[in-house]
Design a protein around this ligand. Structure first.
Ligand SMILES: Cc1cc2nc3c(=O)[nH]c(=O)nc-3n(C[C@H](O)[C@H](O)[C@H](O)COP(=O)(O)OP(=O)(O)OC[C@H]3O[C@@H](n4cnc5c(N)ncnc54)[C@H](O)[C@@H]3O)c2cc1C
Length: 368
């Protein structure tokens, strides 16, 4: 079995950036991807036609470290971004092993054995760039398994009121895309946008697109403080989701509750994903559980991976980057103390992490 310098898991922006950086350093590497194509995580999670923003996190001043992976200032639709990346990666001659799913990694005498659904591969260093695609639980009483997590085909919702749940960028994107599709089809049915919090948290680019959509006549109804409660099957056998939209305390312990019920096939829950903590735990990578006083950014109980400033985990030789370590991780400081670090889940961040990690990997391999 060939011993590679580096094994890269996942061909999203982070994994591809790592492969390009490894090629520049002259490393012998492999990159595996569980999906059929490049940027599969993006293909699976972005709504059809969504614009891809080249957002740079606040405080960063440098341009995208690998230009061919940048969406560019023209905010291309997702299909165009993917095409551009495919063309750039092909030109560089980077080969990705598709339909190969990472399952395990074990440390041996000279390096690591990476087990996939199809193969066993060997590498001195391993970089985990598998993103963060484990959907959050809706937390309702009853079943809600048939609810979509992203907008596959806007046409399926034409002619039906549709509920989009979530208060962040992903939900806002879906609301705007769906509203545009309904408007184009002269469909008067509304897009309900439900968020259990009072406030929505979207970035400027997304807010601008949504504002344009509303001004152009998009039929968007906002439901603040809307809480998904029950998943049930009605008398006609239709799976429905009931959301609580208002509670009025009338005195004497009596509460007037207002709710709405939507067929689940017209509900899209963009309520985020959780980090791959179970996978990190299985691989024996050290995690820290947030307790009061330890974390300022993350909620109590969240499990954060421990990383060096070069994104090396507690197992020397295994690195983790990008969406997989968002929205926060614990950085081991030089003096041995720990610091919670905010890590914005963006294409830019994943690429920057990859370049830093691979520089470190190349440095440590050349030293030997
Ligand atoms: C709806 C939505 C809209 C967004 N819009 C923007 C935007 O406009 N601009 C922006 O900068 N960011 C945006 N983001 C965030 C951005 O997409 C992520 O930050 C970025 O994709 C992270 O890159 P990554 O390589 O770490 O992970 P991913 O892109 O998730 O890539 C991980 C890859 O690993 C593969 N993989 C997973 N598990 C395995 C396994 N076991 N074996 C092998 N392969 C595996 C996946 O299939 C995937 O291709 C958006 C996110 C969402 C959800």
């Amino acid at each position: 079995m060939t011993m590679h310098d580096l094994g890269i898991i996942g061909a999203g922006p982070g994994g591809l950036a790592a492969a390009i950086a490894a090629q520049k350093h002259g490393l012998n590497f492999f990159i595996i991807e569980k999906g059929h194509g490049l940027l599969q995580g993006i293909v699976d999670s972005y709504p059809h036609g969504k614009k891809v923003y080249a957002t740079v996190p606040k405080g960063e001043t440098e341009p995208f470290p690998i230009a061919i992976l940048s969406p560019g200032a023209d905010k291309p639709p997702v299909a165009e971004y993917i095409q551009r990346v495919e063309a750039g990666v092909t030109e560089l001659g980077v080969t990705v092993q598709f339909d190969e799913e990472f399952q395990d990694v074990r440390k041996g005498r000279d390096g690591f054995t990476v087990t996939t659904n199809r193969n066993q591969r060997q590498a001195r260093k391993v970089l985990l760039a598998f993103g963060s695609n484990i959907p959050m639980d809706l937390g309702v009483y009853g079943e809600a398994k048939t609810i979509a997590r992203n907008l596959d085909n806007p046409k399926e919702h034409i002619g039906f009121p549709t509920l989009v749940l979530g208060g962040g960028n992903a939900a806002a994107d879906v609301v705007a895309t769906l509203s545009r599709a309904k408007r184009d089809a002269d469909d008067p049915t509304p897009v309900y946008w439900g968020n259990k919090m009072e406030h929505f948290k979207v970035n400027e680019d997304v807010a601008r697109d949504l504002g344009v959509e509303i001004l152009l006549g998009g039929h968007i109804r906002i439901l603040q403080g809307a809480i998904p409660r029950i998943g049930e099957v009605d008398e006609e056998g239709v799976d429905r989701l009931i959301i609580l939209t208002q509670e009025i305390h009338t005195g004497g312990g009596v509460v007037l509750k207002q709710a709405m019920s939507f067929p689940m096939k017209h509900v899209i829950a963009c309520i985020g994903t959780q980090g791959p903590a179970p996978i990190f735990n299985k691989l024996g990578l050290q995690m820290i559980t947030c307790t009061e006083g330890v974390c300022r950014i993350s909620r109590e109980g969240a499990q954060l991976i421990l990383l060096t400033k070069d994104f090396q985990t507690s197992v020397k030789g295994i690195y983790a980057i990008g969406g997989a370590i968002s929205p926060a991780y614990i950085e081991v400081q030089e003096e041995g103390t720990f610091k919670e670090k905010k890590h914005t889940n963006l294409i830019y961040t994943a690429i920057k992490d990859a370049v830093r990690a691979v520089d470190h990997i190349a440095g440590s391999i050349k030293k030997k």
